[in-house]
Design a protein around this ligand. Structure first.
Ligand code: TRP
Length: 365
């Protein structure tokens, strides 16, 4: 069975190799050594695949301009899964990218019924403030709203419809409605408009996204290729993140506080959630666990540490000790609690400072 990816449904991927094969995603291994700066997300295959990242690496190496484009869905609270995309935005900004970050308020209204006012509030309180606290700089950042983009951007979102067909959209997205069509074409314009002449013309760009956004990336690349004669766009590159598992296993969702840790959770809340909900790969009794060992590959606390424990050697030791039975489930959970609370305490202080900087980021044209 093929894996299905619907960007408007919450999805679960069983087999990432199959997804890569099925959708023509390149393995990250080939470019890993060429990356100008290491980041554990690449080394640990949390960024598991890409499309034409070499184009962007070349620009970085030759110190040519390039762009990072991504977008946020302002539909709920910012959790650890959202942090992954934010970390990559900042990674590319530090490599010299000009950053375009769109708030998908039109998409949120069309596909989730969230008002533009509500979307704006969520985008700032939940997303922008966390981005700033995580290290996003105002220089070379354009943070804008789909409902308030430049005129050329607005036009592009309509003009691109000429370069696709109803049947193509149906084959990419399955069930269609007008809202989905407008959302998809708006996203195409989000990704391509930094290459319009008013933004400095064609140049390499990279879109860091969760794998759920793959259909939009494919559509955008196809449309960009068909606009060659008019705009000469460079095909946008993309890097794809694995989906972070929810605390209980399964999906992580803002709408289910027991599945996620939010960046505004207090240390007490985090401790409680992990102790109560984190799915364990441990054995039923301590005796059995000591004897047979735990299973880190299904244990959510361990899985989360692969995202957040920065030290490779420590992580390996945790894996080995858990597998051998030396480390108990409760102890493993405590390691995760310590890592997350240390991060959150610092982060929440930075959030307070970040609140004062919001105006430096928002782009009003
Ligand atoms: N559709 C994206 C989401 O649901 C948000 C988005 C809008 C986006 N425009 C974009 C993502 C451009 C990447 C690039 O999260």
């Amino acid at each position: 069975m093929n894996e299905k990816i619907d960007p408007w449904k919450s999805i679960e991927i069983k087999d990432y190799d199959k997804v890569m094969h099925q959708f023509g995603i390149e393995k990250i291994d080939a470019v890993l050594q060429k990356l100008p700066e290491k980041h554990r997300y690449f080394e640990r295959k949390i960024v598991f695949g890409h499309k034409s990242l070499q184009t962007v690496i070349d620009a970085v190496v030759k110190k040519k301009p390039f762009v990072m484009v991504t977008g946020l869905m302002p539909s709920g609270r910012f959790h650890l899964g959202h942090k992954l995309v934010a970390d990559l935005m900042i990674y590319f900004q530090n490599l010299g990218a000009e950053c375009y970050i769109t708030t998908a308020d039109i998409e949120a209204y069309l596909t989730r019924g969230i008002s533009l006012e509500e979307a704006k509030k969520i985008a700032i309180d939940e997303y922008l403030i966390n981005y700033i606290a995580l290290g996003l700089k105002p220089k070379k950042t354009r943070f804008y709203f789909q409902s308030n983009g430049s005129k050329r951007y607005m036009n592009l979102s309509k003009l691109v419809s000429k370069k696709t067909t109803f049947n193509e959209l149906k084959s990419i997205y399955g069930d269609l409605n007008p809202e989905k069509i407008i959302s998809a074409l708006t996203q195409v314009a989000d990704i391509l408009h930094p290459q319009l002449s008013e933004h400095g013309g064609p140049k390499p760009s990279v879109v860091p996204v969760g794998i759920d956004q793959l259909p939009h990336i494919n559509l955008t690349r196809d449309i960009a290729a068909r606009m060659k004669a008019e705009c000469d766009f460079v095909l946008p590159s993309a890097v794809f993140l694995k989906l972070m598992p929810g605390l209980k296993g399964g999906k992580m969702a803002s709408s289910d506080p027991a599945s996620a840790v939010f960046l505004t959770d207090s240390p007490e809340e985090v401790e409680l959630k992990i102790k109560k909900y984190a799915f364990s790969g441990g054995r039923a009794t301590i005796e059995e666990h000591r004897k047979y060992g735990g299973n880190p590959d299904v244990d959510v606390s361990y899985q989360w540490l692969t995202f957040f424990e920065e030290d490779n050697r420590k992580l390996k030791k945790i894996y080995d000790d858990y597998k051998s039975g030396k480390l108990l489930s409760g102890e493993l959970k405590q390691i995760l609690i310590n890592v997350l609370t240390a991060f959150l305490i610092e982060h929440q202080k930075k959030r307070e400072k970040a609140k004062k900087l919001v105006d430096k980021f928002i782009c009003e044209d």
